[in-house]
Design a protein around this ligand. Sequence first.
Ligand SMILES: [Mg+2]
Length: 234
Amino acid sequence: MSENETTLISTPDLLMPRWEEIDTVLLDMDGTLLDLHFDTHFWLEHVPVRYAEANNLPLEKAREQLIQRYRQAEGKLEWYCVDYWSDQLSLNIEVLKQEVDHLISLRPDVIRFLQSLANAGKHRILVTNAHGKSLSLKMRKTPLGDHLDAIITAHDIGLPKESDEFWGELQKKHAFSPDRTLLIDDSISVLLSAEKYGIKHLRAILQPNSKLEPDPHYRFIHVDRFTEILPITN
Ligand SMILES: [Mg+2]
């Protein structure tokens, strides 16, 4: 058996975090607690429609132009900034998001998982690259806010999570021990930067977008349903 094959097998033993060694759980929002379908649909379907209308372009041309601009901002804080895109595209991104906000939805078993973390005495911190305006829309559309102990955005820190300096800055704002912390995130580049910083317990998400096929990366253990990793409490 090759090394990759060994790593890809998710036995329940490997999948289950060592909860006795963890007291803080850093949770990503889009693609982890929420279905990434909303965001994918928004940027690849809805914005192109409105951009095409505003600029008198055929839809395919509009989409092509937008994808090029998205690529230039990828991994940077601007990529996540509602105001940046409103300004760049001369569209009101906040209003456009509201037009399709019925697509915002929780991934399966999220509330049960967050409740069980609280029951097990774990500190639940949402750590998201999302801009404040996207965050407040998602908090209005879901009950997530009632099940978190703290919320930190990359905009509060001034760096995206992909940045190696992010985690040190986060620690200054909100104390946690990297070796007693679990990060759950659907972004491989975010997991890699957290690992480099020394966050010991890491899990990826098998299917961040319910409408797309899973695309696992051999480097991390992937969670499919949160019920697979519920901490056991007595
Ligand atoms: Mg994410």
